[in-house]
Design a protein around this ligand. Sequence first.
Ligand code: FAD
Length: 533
Amino acid sequence: MSAPEIPKPRPANVPGRARLERVTVVLPWDLDPRLSAFPRTPRDGQLVVLETRAKPLALPFHRQKLALVVSALRHFVAERRAAGFVVEHLVADDYATGVTEMIAWAKPREVHAMEPREWAIDRRFRTLPITLHADGGPGGHFLGSREEFLAWARGRKVLRMEHFYPRMRRALGVLVDQQGRPTGGQWSFDTENRKHARGVEVPAIPWIAPDEITRAALRFAARAGRWGTLEPFGWPVTRADALGWLDDFIRGRLERFGPYEDAIRTDARFLFHSLLSVPLNLGLLHPRELVDHAVEAYRARRLPLASVEGFVRQVIGWREFIRGIYWHLMPGLREANQLAATRPLPAAFWEPERTELACLRDALASVRDTGYTHHIQRLMVICNYSVLAGLDPRAVSHWFWAAFVDAYEWVELPNVVGMGMFGTDAFTTKPYVASAAYIQRMAGGPKAAPCASCKFDPSKRTGPDACPLNAMYWDFLRQHRAEHARNPRMRVLLQNLDRMKPAELAQIRASAEAHRASLAPLDPPWSFEEDAG
Ligand code: FAD
């Protein structure tokens, strides 16, 4: 694969040209000039924007992800130059080598960077002569610092998002009164957010037509990419695009975000979700902006609290919690596999039509076509199937990292290995597993797709036309009965399991094993380099 078409490094500080003196190194997710490592004016310092040859090759990234990152970075370079800054845009073998080479030829007085968000890059940057700025708290991308989270986590026996979240609400003064009590009298309205969305009218997503910079990035991704549908491509790649998307979400979708948060619709894949993880994770938006806009809309337009609180919880609760968990549990999190699941990834993950389960096929096709599915499809369709089928959590994590346009290790790894695959119980109480009944309910009943258009019957546990999720679900409970018995939240399910007759259990086991055995891996011609970059 050839390297991206971007400018070659200049040989050295050239007399008569702007010199690199106080340099800020910019990684692809640092696209926010308000971050503390950035110079405030062109006189205060220069920027070195880095791309690497190692990163695009590290995983079989979705073509839209490659186009997204390259386009957003190039737009950022153009915008900073237009604002009068000296910007060197370099391609190096990896980020640390890029910094070392730049220091050797430019001999800057000072080098600054934000703390890298990826564990391996962070470790390498800490060996270099760089002043690293905290990526959380004032001047950072995240709302809290790594140290604050680690101090909170160290003092606790159990790590739960619901304990962390009120603390964030109070610290940030979001939806709390003067005494620190939650607006509406409770911290979470999650139990009100469980409706299906069958027949509900869903607004269109304001996809953005590619400009010349994005078209060049699409050409690069067409050559360099190995997987995923490239076009249509409409993701936001500038701050202006991202602000437009934020506004569109707040105006048109936030009101119904809450009740339909867990719904599944095959004909309206994005439902009322914000899709803002994509610009947010690149730094084109700051999480505080999302929260402030949502709270402002709650006050000005009297939007339902359950929707606004639900959205706020995702951004200042889940997102910050997950990022803290990443730094708390790395590097061991990559290998966490408490269920000892070892089955390789089935071919359908790369070629969705190879599964006959309509729910899984639709979720995987959404990822192939756009690099996105919403939370409940990630958790309760793709990961649910993966846990029940006994797939290796690390293989599933690699796939998520490569396949999603908003995926970076700090966010996909805890979500996939911890929450989705139950590879560790460090921060979740029980596996998120469900039978076909759950999918059918969240889709809107027996007449709704995907179950209505599936070859399998969601009401049957065994037999050739029974939904494989059912047999695998009960067989999973049987297999891990001893571990689950210690968990009070599993008691009712285990009582149901215990009521089954031995002959039925034997049939369930045989059906589950037959389905698992039928899963052929694709064995793709690529490897996964977690530490690359
Ligand atoms: P919305 O539903 O509109 O939610 C609003 C915002 O809340 C999101 O943009 C996101 O920034 C934040 N958020 C919500 N839940 C989480 C969470 N669990 N962790 C972190 N942020 C959260 N999110 C990613 O950004 N990148 C990933 O690679 C990623 N992988 C995931 C893998 C699995 C198995 C699961 C279960 C979740 C994953 N998530 C990931 C979290 C969540 O699913 C996505 O953030 C969300 O679906 C993005 O779509 P959205 O912007 O429309 O979200």
